[in-house]
Design a protein around this ligand. Structure first.
Ligand code: FAD
Length: 416
């Protein structure tokens, strides 16, 4: 049995940021990582992935981007290198190749079983991420067996796909990026589009994430957001990071030759049926984008920046072909691959403490897990602010939760 004050599970950016915060407070801890530092970026992301957040925004406690391309978008290999360097910089006590199988309550804390070890800690921080498993709808079971199916976790590059048409389901960050890449490989691509968040890559010559920070959107706190459940389940923005900083909206994809169809609702006898509400779905996304651009313009005027920026403008509404098909016969041979770009979900199945709700999500108040004093969770969407969804959000979140954890330990010391 190994005794330590705190255990952090997962050595991604969030676990490492937390380690730094605990070290700052002289809290003895260990970071348990099933693979290597940044393992999900090494093993679960496709090689051509680039961050959709600009390099200047990839900042962690005690670390800022110092390269020569602050406005670029980091390829996945650079994310791995950045996090590996960061682990070294903060001296994170990471035990690699150590998979946590169980965390359960124990007298005065928690028992953690990892590989052959049993650890005992007074506090545990869950930093295993929000994107461990693909979120695939139940209708996936109705895809004819002759079709190859992939998820973003199993996708590497178009070379692994059979020849023929590809149906990409989901048009958020992952779907639009992979639809574009597969289309460029020469395969006909159909993209099924449900609810999505349309945003331009740049606006008035600034990256859209610059606007999101400047206007205060990113800093909006979880306890001040009207519909928090909805905010936490919002799809990722329809953005990609490319060297040319291009906008990857549906108009761009259509112009490239990608066929846009509505949300995939059902598959009956091998026939995929798409929603007829595509035009409405797109109109709503356009409306919400324009609402944000209005907010950006108002902020620029109020901040006296209009003279320094190009004038406001608006983007063309999403064009939807009225002849968009509502059905596609998956048995006809036209489609040989279905790629589910329908989101991700966390995997906390190894947590043997009753803190999850009916949908499997951990109940927490800004990362402080409900009903389990000493247990914390990090890097969930909109955990404490809208920035929590992104790498740079871990800075403030880890600071707040490490502060809470420190007070928790101090109060327990007082009790004994
Ligand atoms: C496709 C994709 C694109 C993204 N693009 C961006 C982007 O552009 N900008 C941005 O800011 N963020 C981006 N995100 C990242 C997002 O910020 C993070 O995935 C998320 O916030 C979680 O970060 P994390 O450090 O908690 O998790 P991860 O980076 O996933 O780290 C969790 C670690 O926990 C380990 N682990 C898991 N289970 C166990 C276990 N049982 N025992 C021990 N170790 C375990 C894993 O091996 C992993 O190393 C993207 C995510 C995805 C999936």
């Amino acid at each position: 049995m190994i005794k330590t004050t705190a255990v952090v599970v997962g050595a991604g950016h969030a676990g490492l940021a937390m380690s730094r915060r605990l070290t700052e407070r002289s809290i003895d801890h260990v970071v348990l990582e099933r693979g290597e530092v940044a393992d999900s970026w090494r093993t679960q992301r496709w090689p051509s992935l680039r961050l959709l957040t600009p390099n200047w925004q990839t900042r962690l406690p005690g670390h800022g981007y110092a390269g020569d391309d602050p406005d670029g978008y980091m390829p996945v290999a650079d994310v791995v290198a950045t996090l590996t360097d960061y682990a070294r910089l903060v001296g994170a006590p990471v035990r690699t190749a150590t998979t946590v199988y169980t965390v359960r309550g124990a007298p005065e804390g928690f028992e953690i079983r990892a590989n052959g070890d049993v650890l005992h800690a007074r506090a545990v921080v869950l930093a295993t991420g929000a994107c461990n498993l693909p979120a695939i709808p139940g209708i996936a079971g109705a895809v004819p067996p002759s079709i190859t199916t992939l998820t973003p976790l199993s996708y590497r590059d178009p070379g692994q796909l059979p020849d023929g048409g590809v149906l990409v389901v989901g048009a958020s960050a992952t779907g639009v990026q992979l639809a574009g890449e597969i289309h460029r490989s020469g395969r006909p691509v159909t993209l099924a589009v449900g609810e999505h968040v349309r945003l331009p890559r740049t606006y008035r010559r600034r990256d859209i994430f610059w606007w999101m920070e400047a206007t205060g959107l990113m800093a909006e706190r979880y306890d001040q957001i009207d519909d928090l459940t909805r905010a936490r389940h919002l799809p990722s923005p329809q953005l990609t990071g490319t060297p040319e900083a291009i906008t990857t909206d549906l108009n761009t994809l259509t112009a490239q030759g990608i066929r846009i169809v509505g949300r995939l609702g059902r598959i009956t006898d091998g026939v995929a049926q798409f929603s007829g509400a595509l035009a409405n779905t797109c109109a709503l996304a356009d409306l919400k984008m324009n609402r944000f651009l209005n907010r950006a313009d108002e902020w620029a005027t109020a901040s006296d920046l209009d003279d320094d920026l190009p004038p406001p403008h608006r983007f063309a509404p999403t064009r939807v072909d009225p002849r968009t098909p509502l059905e596609l016969d998956l048995t006809s041979g036209e489609i040989t691959t279905v790629l589910w770009a329908t989101g991700f979900r966390p995997d906390h199945s190894w947590l043997d403490i009753p803190v999850r709700d009916r949908t499997g999500h951990i109940r927490h108040d800004g990362g402080v897990v409900t009903g389990a004093p000493g247990l914390y969770v990090l890097a969930m969407p909109v955990l404490r602010t809208r920035a929590s969804t992104y790498i740079h959000g871990a800075g403030a979140d880890s600071e707040a939760l490490a502060g809470h954890l420190h007070s928790f330990l101090s109060s327990r010391r007082g009790v004994r």
